[in-house]
Ligand binder design. Structure first.
Ligand code: SAM
Length: 223
């Protein structure tokens, strides 16, 4: 079973997304187990403070190293094999290949930041820094959900048809999925491409591959 741990100040963030659709089914089928660990529980002191002013001045607060390191140590204590990933816009880009890499590892811990981010010294306590894209979220939780969702749907047995994941965008590096259509055959004057109605499997396959190639070339400058 895949074991994920999420280190966060907002465990409640994960309740709804993990209790519907594919993640819900994967959890119920014991294909994945997700534990949230509350960072604030590892902050000593009366007020359980987790942030402080930045050295050098400037706006915003910085996440203090002590509770973060204590939380990471707890995650490693609970799962000695876990791979600890810090979520940060400055990390390596998250890709489908990265998701496959995490599936192989079977043990993943996602560290979610808030405020202006982490005290830089935390970098020495994690295995990797990961970004979900070149934009800034208010917290690492939404990024952790992206990662969890992408990983969960790749776990063997999670998708109804294992073919789905194999045929998705990026299953081949940089290649986007082809366009999909369903009934009706004509909608507001827009027709389903005739190739898909031909019943000729070789022709359908050829059309789909060509559409994938064109899209990848036009939208991702691939090929
Ligand atoms: N001051 C930081 C910067 O400019 O890079 C942004 C901090 S952001 C408001 C708070 C937290 O959200 C970060 O510590 C990180 O955990 C998470 N976060 C925001 N954008 C992210 C992204 N693109 N990828 C991964 N995590 C992100």
């Amino acid at each position: 079973m895949f074991h994920a741990q999420v280190l966060t100040l907002f465990p409640e963030f994960f309740v709804s997304p993990l209790s519907c659709s594919i993640p819900k089914r994967a959890i119920e089928a014991d294909l994945v187990h997700v534990d949230c660990i509350q960072i604030r529980d590892f902050s000593t002191g009366k007020h359980h403070k987790v942030d402080d002013n930045p050295y050098g001045g400037g706006p915003g607060m910085v996440m203090k190293p002590e509770p973060l390191v204590a939380t990471i140590r707890e995650a490693r204590r609970r799962d000695a094999d876990t791979h600890v990933v810090m979520l940060t816009p400055a990390g390596v880009p998250f890709t489908q290949n990265k998701a496959l890499e995490y599936v192989e590892k079977q043990h993943l811990t996602l560290l979610c930041g808030r405020y202006e981010g982490f005290d830089e010294r935390i970098c020495d306590y994690v295995d990797e820094q990961l970004s979900v894209g070149d934009y800034v979220l208010s917290g690492g939780e939404a990024a952790a959900l992206c990662v969890l969702d992408a990983v969960i749907r790749l776990l063997p047995g999670v998708l109804g048809s294992p073919e789905s994941a194999v045929l998705d965008s990026f299953s081949e590096e940089g290649i986007l999925d082809w366009p999909h259509y369903t009934r009706p055959e004509e909608f507001e004057g827009k027709k389903v491409p005739s190739e898909l109605l031909s019943g000729n499997h070789a022709e359908i396959e050829r059309w789909r591959r060509e559409q994938s190639r064109l899209r990848s070339q036009q939208r991702r400058d691939k090929l």
